[in-house]
Unconditional design. Structure first.
Length: 683
């Protein structure tokens, strides 16, 4: 062990020779000043005078840094401290509340599915009054939060001190002009709208008056933010002539109501008129605020005899044609579509999504005055008697379905459907267009609604809320459908039994009108019997396929799809029994033609045999189990889904019975017409 270097007088460091280690002290032990820090060499030098010579220096004792006793004492102290600490901790834990002892639940972090925004559904009050006071206490300019412009203003209305308001109104004249001069640009307003804001896909109204009152309020609320352009887009169908006249007469009242509010001064509101059939037409050279010009433009809308409606393309062209105008004049655009049809199937499938995107890009809110869709079926039918030939025609009108893809059988067991059960919702394309653009679909009553529902329409439509159709894009619906074993199986049955497919129709469209001539009657029956054998086999296979989905049916949570599969299953069973009865009765009738049935009735009506359904059956105990199962399913649909079209259709099927018969009917023969023949109209 060497000595530490010591400083010399000159400041240099010198080395000292090593000395022998000193013996351990025997008298007493002197511990260091600190158990962790020994005395330094410098302190020793200050305490002991430096010897003159190294040989004369006293021998320094070698000291332990920590003595044995110190270690022993320290160890005992440590053990005691640890033991007492443990006792204190145990006592402390003993006194804690019970909640601390309870183990915390395991925290699991997962990615939750996006919250589906519930669609807004509104039923308009019959006694609704148009707004005549649009002061700040009534209107809150701002962002539209869905369901049309009215929903945004209704979100939060400030409460004012009425005394202050009265004082201000007496002493100052309030002008709103500065609001329009400083209104933000169209792009700014669009950017402020929350993404995914939904409109109202079903606002139930009884007539155009109710719808126009609501539209007046919507326009007022849009004008509270900035100038507005309204584009009226009319269907050119002949069936819409009376509707156009009604709106033309009503539109003047709308402008008067807007004028009473003081909002139509200057060019705050301008209007454009367009129409469509097989072609698109513009009837106003420039948007105008002149009511007389607007009425005259509506009168110019023609009747298109083609029966075609390029609805989605017309919407795209109407919006695109006014984009420059609304940009230059800093306006908000609203498009009002007036139609009683859903448009061409192929055109809708191709142009619906582009029409929605065009409206969104332009910030155009779309309002639609339309009709209720037919339940699970594309068409409604109107009977038309030819004025010259007296022949009866069932004219199809595009009026549905309410979904992107049909979810019901398109046959009634013998041929294509002709029923017109209302679906409770608007046609898919129009409802989706209004919802996606933040607008409103106004559902007007149609002829079939008055026949089928009568006074119960409002109650039943409200009961339909859990059965709302999926208004997502067809691509999204198709993707989900293909992942469901049950839905995919149901769609396959619907597709295979579609009488609008020519290759299928020749097998599943059964004759229901037979000749009075015995020989011709026999030929017709033989053809139908051969078809019935193959048709019966397929119905049996289809019902077995649906039966095999019973386990998947138990997993289905959608009330709509629960009703779909139960109704279709019941129909497939019922159609088997009726088809068997059909064949058996035709064979029986050929051998037992009723006698005494007159061939002609005056003045000029001739006999024809028509198929009719009845409760009595010819085949006795055959198919009793099938009948029982079908009845149980129909009754289940009625009990589980009251006040819905599923229940209405199930009740009708039960009323029809499972038997078949031929009944004599008399019709005038088709007249031979000389000269031009009146064409059959296309609605």
């Amino acid at each position: 062990m060497s000595n530490a270097p010591k400083p010399s007088d000159s400041g240099s460091i010198e080395s000292t020779p090593p000395v022998a280690p000193p013996p351990l002290p025997s008298a007493r032990k002197t511990p260091p000043s600190s158990p962790q820090q020994p005395v330094s060499n410098a302190a020793q030098q200050r305490a002991t005078p430096e010897p003159a010579d190294a040989s004369d220096a006293p021998v320094k004792p070698r000291r332990r840094l920590i003595s044995r006793d110190t270690i022993q004492n320290t160890g005992a102290f440590t053990v005691s401290m640890v033991a007492h600490s443990l006792i204190l901790i145990i006592l402390g834990l003993w006194m804690l509340p019970e909640v601390v002892k309870t183990a915390l639940p395991e925290l699991t972090i997962s990615h939750a599915d996006p919250i589906e925004q519930e669609e807004l559904t509104v039923e308009l009050d019959e006694q609704i009054e148009p707004a005549t006071d649009t002061g700040f206490s009534e209107i809150t300019p701002g962002v539209d939060s869905g369901g049309g412009a009215a929903a945004a203003a209704a979100a939060s209305q400030p409460v004012f001190d009425r005394s202050v308001e009265e004082t201000v109104s007496q002493s100052a004249k309030i002008s709103l002009d500065h609001l329009y001069r400083t209104a933000p640009a169209q792009d700014t307003l669009i950017a402020e709208l929350p993404k995914g804001t939904l409109g109202d896909s079903r606002a139930i109204v009884d007539d155009y008056n109710q719808a126009m009152d609501r539209i007046t309020q919507e326009i007022l609320l849009l004008m509270s933010v900035q100038k507005v352009l309204v584009v009226w887009c009319f269907d050119q169908s002949d069936s819409m002539k009376d509707d156009r006249d009604s709106i033309r007469d009503r539109i003047e009242r709308v402008y008067i109501e807007l004028g009473l509010s003081g909002k139509t001064e200057g060019d705050l509101l301008t209007t454009s008129i367009v129409s469509y059939g097989s072609q698109f037409r513009v009837h106003t050279q420039q948007p105008t605020g002149d009511v007389d010009k607007v009425r005259a433009a509506i009168d110019e809308v023609p009747n298109d005899p083609s029966g075609k409606e390029i609805m989605c393309q017309a919407i795209i062209r109407a919006i695109e044609g006014h984009k420059n105008y609304i940009r230059k004049t800093r306006r908000r655009m609203a498009l009002i579509l007036v139609t009683d049809e859903s448009g061409e199937r192929e055109e809708n499938e191709q142009f619906l999504e582009p029409a929605i995107q065009t409206a969104k890009d332009a910030g155009c809110i779309t309002y639609i005055l339309g009709r209720e869709a037919v339940f699970g079926y594309p068409y409604a039918h109107f009977r038309w008697i030819h004025p010259q030939t007296k022949e009866h025609h069932w004219l199809p009108v595009d009026r549905g379905p309410e979904t992107g893809f049909v979810e019901q059988l398109q046959t009634n067991g013998f041929h294509r459907r002709y029923d017109a059960f209302p679906s409770g919702f608007g046609p898919y394309e129009q409802a989706r267009l209004a919802q996606e653009t933040g607008g409103i679909f106004f559902m007007l009553p149609g002829l079939e609604s008055n026949i089928v529902r009568g006074d119960d329409r409002r109650y039943e439509l409200e009961a339909m809320r859990p059965y709302r159709p999926d208004l997502r894009s067809r691509t999204e619906v198709l993707k989900d459908r293909d992942t469901s074993i049950l839905r995919r199986g149901v769609y396959q049955v619907i597709y295979d039994l579609n009488p609008y497919r020519a290759e299928i129709a020749r097998w599943i469209s059964m004759r229901v009108h037979f000749s009075r001539d015995p020989n011709e009657f026999a030929k017709q029956v033989n053809v139908e019997l051969a078809k019935a054998v193959e048709y019966f086999k397929y119905l049996n296979r289809a019902s077995q396929a649906i039966e095999a989905l019973e386990r998947e049916r138990a997993k289905e949570l959608s009330p709509r799809w629960q009703a779909n599969i139960d109704l279709i299953h019941a129909q497939l069973l019922a159609y088997q029994v009726r088809l068997y009865e059909y064949g058996a009765y035709l064979e029986y009738f050929m051998k037992n033609v009723p006698e005494g049935v007159p061939v002609m009735k005056p003045p000029n009506k001739y006999l024809r045999w028509d198929i009719d359904v009845r409760k009595e059956r010819l085949t006795g105990d055959q198919h009793l189990e099938t009948i029982k199962r079908s009845q149980e399913l129909f009754e289940k649909v009625i009990a589980d889904h009251p006040g819905t079209p599923w229940a209405a259709l199930a009740a009708q099927e039960l009323r029809r019975g499972f038997g078949v018969r031929l009944v004599p009917t008399y019709h005038e023969p088709i007249r031979n017409v000389t000269g031009p023949l009146v064409p059959i109209p296309k609605l």
